[in-house]
Design a binder for this molecule. Structure first.
Ligand code: TEU
Ligand code: CA
Length: 549
């Protein structure tokens, strides 16, 4: 038996705490809320929960601006709630993955409060400063959430550097003391029994603003290896770095099987395929399926045996996949299952973002005042000011706003979808009466039950973990198909990625195979088994997995 790591057979579920379950009626999800839903997650079958940040934070960027890494924000609960969550999850065989935001802190972090007191304060060099004069920026670098990447502090006659909001000053990783503080903090969390870490924008920590370098700085892998050696390697953890700037070569370093860096990284090459070349995510373009297949296949093949992939469609920064690349109308259920099949059949560790397992959709708030996300609000302001048509701006927001992922989890058809007894911090998607967990738990053919089955299949058949990937029909504009091969065992994943019938010419051997899962299985019963995949015909968004050998 090959020597597999636990996280190579695991499925991870991402929770965005403020939108998952409110327990005390203040309209904001919290840790006790999560604890109350652990049985639901156990039922789904997942092995670990990645928790978006719950640390103490002024919430300028919903917790990605941390003011104390070793405390929990009162909005979410207390340290003892966190300990209870770790223990309760453990009892159900679920590990907790903490989100580490190490590129920057909140400007309200004690380190920054000290740092801006004077140039010779011991914490001053924890951040990235440049001398200057007011109004004359060190250079024209821009922050991710709009405006310049430099902020003037008159008391010091200096600018500080921030790649994200003004309230997220960048940490100076060149400073050994900063690194040591971070490692000690990580060890403290490991001591509390957490199962791993997700590392926010980790490819941006080794910035060199004078050379305009943000991602992939020269010392990046040196820093990561040191951190890994000093912390992660002392435990049996899953670690996943967020790396927008990763290509397969770099990903092989990050996920080196020798364990010198992380378990894996999130790469985003496929995520950028539906935007105009050289522009931003807001500048929409249709997705080319051929390109999507080429991209994902490249990652599968290049990392096969040499690294490890993470598999995801969704997270708290991305639109809902069923609205994005499926059909959130007539074929919502079927296309959600199809997308799940395509993703969960690949090699790597699959991630499910809360609500994805229900086929939750994007939201369309009529007015910008209903949006909460700092990035969305900046974009709106910036584009309206620049003279863009308001409807076009809203169209971009409907397609790409991070708030699409952040509307409350839809638990049932009661008021506010069972998320809160109070007023939710962001409105519930009005389709919760139709799309909710309670309804899907009761329906054997629901998207939820389909995900549950996919998770179980991965545990049952080693070919999901080990099988070599091979793309079929690369040029086909409707079909996404591939095989996974391990010894004599072969798995076929066959999917119609379109809303029309599709024709495909499959090798005969597959007709004798065992169908493991089928997106139209439930509908077929009623229709008298009208699926014709053995004859080479697929219905709109039909998808299945077949095992042979
Ligand atoms: O996101 C990284 C990041 O680069 C995002 O700004 C991303 O580009 C954007 O959401 C897509 O438009 C991470 C976190 O996942 C995100 O929630 C944080 O806002 C960001 O880092 C800053 O910590
Ligand atoms: Ca609450």
């Amino acid at each position: 038996k090959p020597d597999r790591k636990w996280w190579q057979q695991a499925v991870v579920y991402q929770i965005y705490p403020r939108s998952f379950q409110d327990s005390n009626g203040d309209g904001i999800g919290d840790i006790q809320g999560i604890i109350s839903r652990l049985d639901y997650l156990k039922e789904l079958g997942i092995d670990a929960i990645w928790l978006s940040p719950v640390y103490r934070s002024p919430q300028d960027d919903n917790g990605y601006d941390i003011s104390d890494y070793q405390d929990i924000d009162p909005m979410f609960g207390s340290l003892s709630d966190m300990e209870e969550l770790i223990a309760e999850a453990k009892e159900r065989g679920i590990r907790i993955i903490m989100d580490l935001v190490l590129n920057h802190t909140s400007d309200e972090h004690r380190w920054f409060q000290e740092a801006k007191k004077s140039r010779d304060n011991p914490y001053h060099d924890y951040y990235v400063w440049r001398d200057g004069v007011e109004g004359e920026l060190p250079n024209d670098m821009e922050a991710a959430f709009g405006g310049p990447a430099w902020e003037w502090v008159p008391e010091l006659q200096q600018y500080y550097f921030h790649q994200f909001s003004v309230k997220q000053p960048d940490l100076n990783w060149e400073n050994e003391k900063v690194r040591r503080e971070i490692y000690d903090m990580i060890l403290w969390w490991m001591d509390k029994g957490v199962g791993g870490f997700r590392l926010d924008v980790i490819d941006q920590i080794a910035k060199e603003p004078d050379r305009r370098i943000t991602a992939n700085g020269p010392r990046l892998h040196e820093f990561i290896r040191e951190m890994s050696r000093e912390t992660f390697q002392k435990g049996d953890l899953i670690t996943v770095g967020e790396a927008w700037g990763a290509d397969p070569e770099r990903a092989k370093l990050y996920s080196n099987p020798d364990g010198s860096e992380f378990s894996m990284v999130f790469q985003f090459e496929h995520i950028g395929l539906d935007q105009q070349e050289g522009k931003t995510k807001w500048d929409l373009a249709p997705l080319s399926l051929v390109k999507l297949k080429e991209t994902l296949a490249k990652w599968q093949v290049e990392l096969g045996g040499k690294g490890w992939n993470s598999l995801f469609w969704d997270n708290h920064d991305l639109p809902r996949i069923v609205s994005r690349w499926g059909d959130d109308g007539k074929y919502r259920t079927r296309s959600a299952k199809m997308l799940a099949c395509v993703l969960h059949g690949m090699q790597g560790t699959p991630y499910i973002f809360q609500g994805e397992e229900l086929g939750m959709t994007n939201v369309r708030f009529q007015d910008i005042s209903h949006y909460r996300d700092i990035e969305t609000l900046h974009l709106y302001e910036e584009r309206v000011e620049a003279g863009y048509d308001r409807d076009d701006v809203m169209a971009s927001i409907y397609a790409k706003s991070r708030d699409n992922a952040r509307t409350p989890m839809q638990w049932d058809d009661s008021r506010c979808a069972g998320f809160t007894a109070g007023e939710p911090w962001i409105e519930v998607n009005p389709n919760y009466r139709e799309i909710n967990a309670a309804a899907q738990m009761a329906d054997p053919d629901s998207v939820f039950r389909f995900y549950q089955k996919l998770v179980a299949l991965r545990k049952e058949y080693p070919v999901f973990v080990d099988g070599r990937f091979e793309l079929l029909f690369p040029e086909d504009e409707k079909i996404f198909a591939y095989t996974r091969t391990s010894g004599d065992t072969r798995l076929l994943v066959l999917a119609n990625f379109s809303g029309e019938d599709a024709v495909c010419d499959l090798p005969k051997e597959w007709a004798e195979g065992q169908v493991l899962i089928h997106s139209c299985a439930g509908e077929d019963k009623e229709a008298g088994g009208r699926s014709g995949w053995k004859q080479g015909r697929l219905q709109p968004y039909e998808a299945l997995m077949v095992l042979s050998g």
